[in-house]
Ligand binder design. Structure first.
Ligand SMILES: [Zn+2]
Length: 107
């Protein structure tokens, strides 16, 4: 796996736009503004065909710990779920979104 980090906005601008739109709809303060500066640290290695999930912070050794919450977004297709710890997006669960998976697979 590559040690390089990527700015999410650079590799998946469409995903950033979608996340911002969905967060605005959920009216979750403080997260929308962070989307454009999210970095991709690692991709999920669960091996599921549908999975294109990414870590947007260093992968935790065990769990995300205290202050962790899942925010399920109302995506038009597939599934987008954010793992947020203390108002910081740490992991983006992306399922059944082949257009994003194509890009994630290459990193
Ligand atoms: Zn996965």
């Amino acid at each position: 796996m590559s040690e390089n980090k990527f700015l999410l906005k650079t590799i998946l601008p469409e995903l950033c736009i979608e996340l911002k739109e969905l967060l605005k709809r959920r009216n979750i303060p403080g997260l929308t503004e962070t989307v454009d500066s999210l970095m991709v640290f690692e991709k999920c290695v669960c091996g599921e065909n549908a999975c294109a999930s990414i870590y947007t912070a260093p992968k935790p050794v065990e769990s995300f710990g205290d202050g962790h919450e899942n925010i399920m977004l109302d995506a038009e297709c597939g599934m987008l779920i954010l793992d947020v710890v203390n108002s910081e997006i740490r992991f983006i669960e992306i399922l059944d979104r082949p257009e994003y998976k194509k890009v994630i697979d290459k990193i």
